[in-house]
Design a protein around this ligand. Sequence first.
Ligand SMILES: [Mn+2]
Length: 316
Amino acid sequence: MKSIIFTHGDSDGLCAGALALAAFPDSPIYFTNAVSIMADIENAKGFDRVVISDIAINIPTSGQLKDRIDRLAAVAEVIYIDHHPLPEGFKADWLTSDLTSSASEMTYRYLKDRLPRDMNRVALYGAIGDYRDDSLSVYSLVQDWDKRSLYYQAGTLSQGIEIGRRDYDWKRYLIMQLAKNAQPSDIQDLAKNAQREAQSENEMRLRVRQDVIRMRNLSYVLDEKASIGKAAIYARVYGRTPVGLSAEYREGRDVYDFSLRAIGRINLNPVISRVAPKHGGNGGGHPLAAGGRVPAGNLKEFLRDLDDAIGEELGV
Ligand SMILES: [Mn+2]
């Protein structure tokens, strides 16, 4: 059977892809996302098995995507594994969805019979990389390992891929190494990049501590030239608000890309999907981690509105 794998380029996506590759050796690997999947899926023509992991189903294109994959599923085995929120009422036989788990853990469990048990280590790197390492089901796998060594490896992977984010040949090589259960610390360039990234993250953290602007429920920083997700965490911490945001100006498009991180009882996904479009933008994500894009001219107004909306959501 000829298989093909589509996955995301973050650490959860890499690990899910590596598990799929270990189960179905020699499959070609494509990196995609919720937007590009519509075009990329055409590459699945002629394959008997199609694995798609860690790719969210976008609301605006969900109908089209379902049609396309239904047609594919009529002639091939389709395994679609994802943990992002689904469009309302979305159902498909080919879909495995769980909002509380990582795509890597789900892929491991789905393909378990085809994988050596030791490969659960790769699933754990992905779960840790996606902050989905606090469930009971993950904990039962963590017990197979020394926790300190495990987190060192997971950290090396997620830090190491912050450098060379768009180098997909490099990421394909990483998937092949992970599929062999190679340790991230033994992949030389990855380990070196992780060390560099740790250093620049620390410098960024100190900058954010200086630069953070605090609103009532939201603290933010702009153009920190670092991972916007991590800068959002430190904005939240040093701004001492439940939500942190980091935004970065994108020259060519005259927009800001932003990332949000929260703690406590809030669901950022509906808040962002409501507020961003009011300012000509879009966005969404998970309860405690979300992101999106707004036109540069509307940023300040968007932030004020968002601050209010978070307040309403929190009932303060
Ligand atoms: Mn992902």
